[in-house]
Design a protein around this ligand. Sequence first.
Ligand SMILES: Nc1nc2c(c(CN[C@H]3C=C[C@H](O)[C@@H]3O)cn2[C@@H]2O[C@H](COP(=O)(O)O)[C@@H](O)[C@H]2O)c(=O)[nH]1
Length: 354
Amino acid sequence: MPFVQPRSDAAERVLASAQFISAHSGDVSVPEDGVRQAAQEIMGQMTRTGYSTAEWKKHALLPSVADSAALEWIFVADALNFSFWPTRARREEQYTVTLDGVAYRGYWSLCAAINRALREGIDMTDAQCLADMTLERLAHVFRTDDPRTQEPIPMLDDRLQVVREAGQVLLVKYGGRFANVVAECAGSAQRLVELVVRDFASFRDEHQFAGQTVCLYKRAQILVADVWACFEGRGLGCFDDIDHITMFADYRVPQALCHFGALQYSPRLRAHLEQSEAAVRRGDAPDMLPSGHPWEVEIRGNSIWAVQRIRQHILDAGTSVNAILLDFYLWDYAKEHAADMSAIPIHHTRSIFY
Ligand SMILES: Nc1nc2c(c(CN[C@H]3C=C[C@H](O)[C@@H]3O)cn2[C@@H]2O[C@H](COP(=O)(O)O)[C@@H](O)[C@H]2O)c(=O)[nH]1
């Protein structure tokens, strides 16, 4: 009898955490009428645009070919996929990476920096390169070449620790390749999440809330989701339990969920977030929520729960969709409709988890 990898319930632990957080939240809620309305509106728009995994490779900066090099690219991108919100109000002063004449900010600045490094011969997809990374070299990778930019990429020191750890663990445990981590999960998305949070500490997105340890695993789950989407659910991206993966608790999708009415903040929390954004607009420091702050955990946990509730409404209406596609849709929607959402504040937390 061949050794069968033990199954994992990592994504189910995230869902249970989200439900627990939502049930014990005092300042964030998931209004059922907002969920119902959001489900109708989102499903209608997704149906019209034919939203599918095929959308993923349409993004200019993401790998366009689903091969083993794409796996290594996705790994380093999702190891660094955190904390891009700007502290400068004026767009031209915000951290920017320009590639092929296009200025990228936020998450896309990360992708542009990785692709620029690869073109310059800094192989960010090589585990030894990551393990040997220095602060000087990483600063070069994330340099901005626009003289108007007034801020560096946030959390550079943390990013250095993250890439060095990622490279070292890949070398020691997985022959230097993320493809070997994927091979070991034997087609289980939850097993892959489990392996990543077990072996790569920077992905271990766990917090104390209302006396319990809650698991949010945002970067570990989006890592699996990006593999699944890039390979369109086939070959190395074929996972028989992919529908267990939840929404990825970041700071951008909550904004879209508020816009659709599926997430609601208490007046005092809304006031705090608005005052912090007003401070940044004035040129002052944001009034940050520390990582693990109850309000931060409530926003993240209720976002996961809201997407789960939206998904259930859509399933009850007879249409199949998973939390990944809903999340990607909501994130892309938030980026495309940033102007319509400018009155909805994001929360300001510096965290390596999202
Ligand atoms: N929930 C969720 N969070 C996501 C993504 C992505 C990128 N996914 C793209 C790639 C393929 C898909 O098709 C998506 O188009 C980044 N983030 C998070 O957002 C924040 C950055 O925001 P801003 O500063 O405005 O760029 C930061 O916390 C980052 O970790 C997502 O998809 N879902």
